[in-house]
Design a protein around this ligand. Structure first.
Ligand SMILES: [Mn+2]
Length: 293
């Protein structure tokens, strides 16, 4: 059975602590469990100081089949920063903001660009979503239409040469599909209110269009209520579908169970640094007791 592990963001020390508390042992140069396998939901890099250590640890676990891993939006951004599409443009333009986003990651590799490139090549082999015996794992949102599109056109299920060559940020069906599953739906405040974008909690979109539950990076400002135009039905996760695990949403507070058959594994609390996991025993109805952090 699986231990699904949420966003790591360069926190190697917290990751080692979490794996140890889950009963994984670092015996032959990589963490493994006698009877269980870890699954990482992506976002290994950026924000924290130890990205190189995290990538080394996660890659070793997947190399030795002690773990599976899917890509997160931060990995997509990093791969896009170093790869060009068929128009000859970098998929992620080298703007100040896009460069700053990877500052911590670049710093953790110091001048060892060759090593960073090796990890980027490895990231490109990771699946974009996982449909396993009895459960599903994706970084942000199990958006059926986008997954069907990717399955039909890019069955290799990774950031392949072909997929990258067709990737134009905000200008291709390929980007739209990756955006839905790795970045998720974003809702924008009206221009008069600053036009700020929020990650929309797909599981909390109401069926009427006039309320909103979303997360805001700067929590001091509070959450707004604005009209939404998202089609909630498109994002609803069916009650009888396999349990789904995802990260991405950086929900405020201590970890809790988001739904009976879906669990977000990305939480944060000011002044505390931790990573969230779910110990899945094969159950269809998830239990808050299986959350570890
Ligand atoms: Mn994240």
């Amino acid at each position: 059975m699986y231990d699904i592990i949420g966003d790591i963001h360069g926190k190697a020390q917290e990751l080692r602590q979490l794996l140890t508390s889950l009963g994984y042992e670092d015996t032959q140069g990589y963490f493994r469990h006698q009877h269980r396998k870890a699954i990482f939901v992506g976002d290994f890099i950026n924000k924290g100081p130890e990205t190189q250590e995290v990538l080394s640890l996660v890659k070793a676990m997947t190399d030795y089949r002690a773990a599976l891993a899917v890509v997160g939006n931060h990995e997509l951004y990093l791969v896009g920063y170093f790869n060009k599409n068929k128009c000859g443009n970098y998929i992620r333009e080298h703007s100040a903001a896009n460069t700053t986003q990877h500052e911590q990651t670049f710093a953790s590799f110091e001048d060892n660009e060759t090593l960073l490139m090796e990890y980027i090549e490895w990231i490109r082999t990771l699946p974009l979503y996982l449909e396993l015996d009895g459960c599903r794992v994706i970084h942000a949102c199990w958006h059926k239409r986008s997954i069907a599109y990717l399955q039909r056109h890019y069955p290799e299920n990774c950031l392949s040469d072909r997929l990258l060559s067709h990737l134009v940020e905000h200008g291709s069906s390929e980007w739209d599909a990756l955006r839905e599953i790795l970045i998720g739906n974003k809702l924008h405040l009206p221009e008069v209110a600053g036009g700020e974008a929020f990650k929309a909690k797909w599981w909390a979109l109401p069926s009427n269009r006039y309320t909103l539950l979303a997360t805001r990076p700067d929590k001091a400002k509070g959450n707004p209520i604005v009209a939404i135009s998202a089609n909630a039905d498109e994002y609803r996760y069916p009650k009888n579908a396999s349990p789904l695990f995802f990260g991405h949403y950086n929900l405020p507070g201590l970890p809790y169970l988001t739904g009976s058959n879906y669990g977000c594994l990305d939480f944060s609390l000011p002044g505390r640094s931790f990573i969230t996991a779910y110990r899945w025993q094969g159950e269809q109805q998830l239990s808050e007791e299986h959350i570890v952090f």
